[in-house]
Design a protein around this ligand. Structure first.
Ligand code: FMN
Length: 386
């Protein structure tokens, strides 16, 4: 089945078949009217690739660096919370597949496997995604544990100051605590393999948080979750975290030039252009549409990553040509995970790599440094850039 998937959309459809509807909706849905979700991908269509012909493209080199780590192609895996929903091997499957493709894996604070176990699973470099929590001591302990476990980079997610309005989840009753609708309950019954795997999985939600109560203790769990994240989040919190971490540090959730400049000013080494895959502010711009403006604002030396809507190798090429250093994938990864665990993710990464190689050859570029505005045509202004 997996090998018959020719593109990321095929993996998406296979994942959809394998998951109960409520879980599928949690994975694939967005906020409000899901305009940002749709626009994240469709915004890539605004840009066309203009081939340079008759060049020797017999050898394509996709190697680059992210957070200072050498990777084999300019894409890595975004953090995915509640990963146990999608496959019992969840983050282990992700980190192993990332190692096979020699790319970086990011673990979410809300992962299904502990940060220490994931670190030990492979030797290849990993990043860890954090939030600012109300408990300052717990924040610091988490960072100390990441250092001890040899995570190479830290990314602070800043676009979840309040939860996005995900109406699919509300309708399905996938809330804290769950209030599953009758149709959701009946639908779970049609996916006995998923139910069996989930019930028998030894993992635990919020496994990285030392004081988290058992989710079965609904009252305490709800109280804990309600107070977990700092709602009065400011640049000062981010600055303190950057100083404490003292290594490659990304701010994830930037979509304005002004914020990008401020992030650099307080010491972030990397800006992740992201709107959380369209799961938070529905009216936010697509990350790809902001690349040129933000690159112009921060200059050439700051690392810029595009995260949102990447489904094809050509999307990655466009992002880099517009000024990004690399891209990261959320749903393209999790579709593979839900479709077939590690094999599914490997398939997703193989598909993206072969699309990248093919399209690089077709536009006459042999390495990433050749990607610039000269290969881009902006349909909106009906103009090539050079
Ligand atoms: C199911 C799911 C869970 C996610 N969990 C997290 C998370 O725990 N932390 C975080 O920073 N981003 C999280 N994200 C956002 C992704 O890291 C990423 O920004 C987004 O998926 C990129 O858009 P794409 O899905 O179109 O690739 C999640 C996304 C999905 C789809």
């Amino acid at each position: 089945m997996i090998n018959k998937c020719l593109n990321i959309e095929d993996l998406h459809q296979l994942a959809k078949k394998r998951l109960p509807k409520a879980i599928y909706d949690y994975m694939a849905g967005g906020a409000d009217d899901e305009k940002a979700l749709a626009n994240n991908s469709s915004a890539f269509d605004r840009y066309q690739l203009v081939p340079k012909i008759l060049r020797n493209v017999s050898h394509i080199d996709l190697k680059t660096k992210v957070f200072g780590c050498e990777i084999d192609m300019p894409v890595y895996i975004s953090p995915i919370g509640q990963s146990r929903f999608f496959h019992p091997e969840c983050d282990f499957a992700g980190v192993r597949a990332a190692e096979k493709s020699n790319i970086l894996f990011t673990l979410s604070t809300f992962s299904g496997k502990s940060l220490e176990d994931v670190s030990q699973e492979t030797e290849s470099p990993k990043a860890f995604q954090v939030y600012v929590m109300t408990n300052e001591a717990e924040n610091r302990r988490l960072l100390d544990r990441c250092k001890a476990a040899n995570y190479k980079a830290l990314m602070l997610t800043v676009d979840t100051i309040v939860g996005g309005n995900r109406e699919r989840d509300l309708r399905n009753g996938l809330t804290i605590p769950p209030k599953l609708s009758l149709s959701s309950i009946l639908d779970f019954a049609t996916k006995p393999k998923w139910v069996w795997n989930y019930i028998n999985d030894k993992g635990r939600d919020l496994i990285n948080l030392e004081n988290a109560p058992n989710p079965k203790d609904a009252t305490n769990f709800l109280k804990y979750m309600g107070n977990l994240l700092e709602s009065n989040l400011t640049w000062q919190h981010a600055k303190e975290m950057i100083e404490y971490w003292d290594g490659p540090f990304a701010i994830k959730g930037v979509v304005s030039a002004e914020d990008a400049k401020q992030a650099v000013k307080i010491g972030a080494t990397t800006i992740i252009l992201s709107n959380h895959g369209g799961r938070q502010l529905d009216s936010s711009p697509a990350p790809i549409e902001m690349v040129r403006e933000i690159r112009a604002a921060v200059g050439d030396d700051v690392e810029i990553i595009v995260d949102g809507g990447i489904r094809r190798g050509s999307d990655i090429i466009k992002a880099i040509a517009l000024g990004a250093n690399s891209c990261s994938i959320g749903k393209a990864y999790v579709y593979g995970l839900a479709a077939g665990g590690q094999l599914g993710i490997e398939r997703a990464l193989t598909i993206l790599k072969s699309e990248l190689e093919r399209d690089m050859a077709l536009i006459g570029c042999t390495n990433l440094s050749q990607l610039d505005l000269s290969v881009i045509r902006d349909r909106q202004s009906a103009n090539s850039f050079n």
